[in-house]
Ligand binder design. Structure first.
Ligand SMILES: Cc1cc2nc3c(=O)[nH]c(=O)nc-3n(C[C@H](O)[C@H](O)[C@H](O)COP(=O)(O)OP(=O)(O)OC[C@H]3O[C@@H](n4cnc5c(N)ncnc54)[C@H](O)[C@@H]3O)c2cc1C
Ligand code: SF4
Length: 485
């Protein structure tokens, strides 16, 4: 245990965010450096619990008390080994995870939990800086070939594990760059894309092959994959967005979040100038429909583009400040959160339903009509007399995703779908086809990066075992496991 009185001596502390007016002038990550002695005090708050609920709360089963202790003792190289033992990409989760581990931390019963995520990201950033993240080469080659379809966190985790097990792995990605939603969904200010690139360098050096602009089922026939590879891992995500088919929906000015965010990310990659993006919030009154994290990503992006005003609508009521009785420790706390994007401005409007997009005689979007709602017997009902109209020239729909896209790949591959339209799989990630497995959002539905990595790792172990009769790869979770998230 790091310091037996650490949790009594030190308060929870996180790095400061850069001042809002400064960070809105660029697209860089928002956090300042966190001094090492401050981080070590945070690690010292860990009680090294006999039953570490943090470890159960993490879908990857991260060995959190171990690396808290190692950081406190200045044993950073050992810490990254413990971290990499369960997580291929801590630089992604350390920046982007909602940290169910912290929600489950025992300290959270009557104090603020340990800053687990901050310790995680500092360990991996230091490891990259020190040159400790080097290719891990397989000791033998198996001669087996595996195709991974999709290069989000699930596909990348599966590919890295399978390459390290000695298989020849090719990742097929329909986009022009590797990374999935990490690359084109999540904005630069939440995670700079250089973090993906340096990890891809490691993977390429290990032997994973990447093919971009390769849409399987469209440019690359599914039959070719089934003929040329011993196993196929589907990791195509759950990218079918939910729409809002109300009057005025058709026409310019109303766009899906995932039509909007990729352009801002492409501009940050140097493909076009920031002011050349085809969907641009500059000078516009913007309404984001959807109060979740994707909506917050649109909010931060709109402010950086120079929106005149931004409202973020949410149909659900405002969450409570503290855990309600029905949401006790160690379940994931569903409480009111202020993300960095919310701190930057905009109005958050709760319990509101949009019923019409208003257009002028030329078809231009000029506003929307909405009203308040309340929950009655488990259903939303309009609050009579609460109608209002709001001026806006850009609406962004951030209402979630309903499952994997149909067409192309799934039309040509005769895989079963489950009742939620995800690709059905058994306890070892296998579809109804003998040579096809599925992991990440494509099998699970819209979820989290940490789950995508956990499933990619477990799916790799299942594929390796099927190909070789045994596996030495670790198996973090089965798809039917439900931890405390
Ligand atoms: C805007 C946004 C922000 C988010 N922010 C967070 C966050 O902060 N933290 C968090 O934990 N989660 C976040 N999520 C959720 C998280 O990104 C996903 O759960 C995660 O990326 C799923 O990983 P995946 O590998 O299963 O799929 P994806 O990341 O969706 O990757 C799937 C890839 O497959 C490719 N593909 C699909 N079909 C084919 C085909 N036929 N041929 C070739 N390639 C194909 C797609 O182009 C895509 O690149 C966010 C989601 C969105 C939309
Ligand atoms: S639950 Fe919290 S205090 Fe206990 S071991 Fe995990 S991080 Fe440390």
């Amino acid at each position: 245990m790091a310091d037996i009185k650490g949790f009594l001596k030190y308060e929870r502390e996180l790095p400061s965010r850069r001042p809002v007016p400064v960070r809105l002038r660029d697209w860089k990550e928002v956090y300042e450096e966190f001094p090492e002695d401050h981080l070590q005090k945070q690690a010292a708050r860990c009680m090294d619990c006999g039953i570490p609920f943090c470890n159960d709360g993490c879908p990857l089963g991260n060995l959190i008390p171990d690396w808290n202790d190692l950081v406190y003792r200045d044993r950073w190289r050992d810490a990254i080994e413990r971290l990499h033992a369960t997580n291929n990409f801590p630089e992604f989760t350390g920046r982007l995870c909602p940290a169910p581990c912290e929600g489950a931390c025992v300290l959270g019963i009557n104090q603020d939990p340990v800053t687990i995520k901050q310790v995680e990201v500092e360990i991996i950033d230091r490891a990259f800086e020190e040159g400790w993240v080097t290719p891990v080469l397989p000791s033998t080659k198996t001669g087996k070939k595996v195709a991974v379809v999709g290069s989000g966190p699930a596909g990348l985790a599966a590919a890295q594990q399978l390459t390290r097990a000695g298989h020849d792995v090719v990742v097929f990605e329909r986009a022009d760059r590797i990374g999935g939603l990490l690359r084109y969904g999540i904005p630069e200010f939440k995670m700079e894309k250089r973090h993906i690139d340096r990890r891809l360098d490691q993977m390429a050096a290990e032997g994973t092959e990447f093919r971009t602009n390769a849409n399987v089922g469209v440019d690359v026939p599914v039959e070719d994959l089934r003929r040329d590879f011993d196993a196929i891992v589907l990791a195509g995500g759950a990218t079918q967005w939910r729409d809002l088919p109300i009057p005025g929906r058709e026409g310019d000015g109303v766009h899906q979040a995932m039509e909007y965010l990729p352009w801002a990310n492409k501009a940050q990659q140097g493909d076009l100038a920031v002011d050349e993006v085809p969907i641009n919030a500059a000078g516009k009154n913007v309404v984001i429909i959807g109060g979740g994290d994707t909506g917050a990503d649109c909010l931060g992006t709109a402010h950086r583009q120079g929106a005149a005003s931004v409202h973020q609508f949410e149909i659900m009521p405002r969450p409570p400040e503290e855990r309600p009785d029905a949401n006790p420790w160690p379940t994931y706390p569903m409480v009111y959160k202020v993300t960095s994007a919310h701190e930057e401005g905009g109005d958050r409007v709760y319990s509101v339903n949009t019923e019409e997009f208003v257009r002028d005689g030329d078809g231009n979007l000029v506003g929307l009509k909405a009203h308040e709602v309340e929950m009655v017997d488990g259903r939303f009902q309009k609050v009579e007399g609460s109608d209002f109209q709001l001026e806006c020239e850009l609406v962004l729909l951030a209402m979630g995703f309903t499952g994997p896209e149909s067409g192309g790949l799934l039309d040509h591959l005769d895989v079963d779908r489950d009742e939620r339209s995800n690709v059905a799989r058994d306890a070892v990630y296998k579809t109804n086809l003998d040579d096809v497995w599925v992991c990440g959002d494509m099998g699970r539905g819209q979820s989290l990066i940490v789950w995508a990595i956990a499933e990619g790792r477990a799916c790799a172990a299942a594929v390796d075992e099927a190909l070789m009769g045994e596996t030495a790869l670790p198996v973090p979770v089965a798809p039917t496991d439900r931890p405390l998230v």
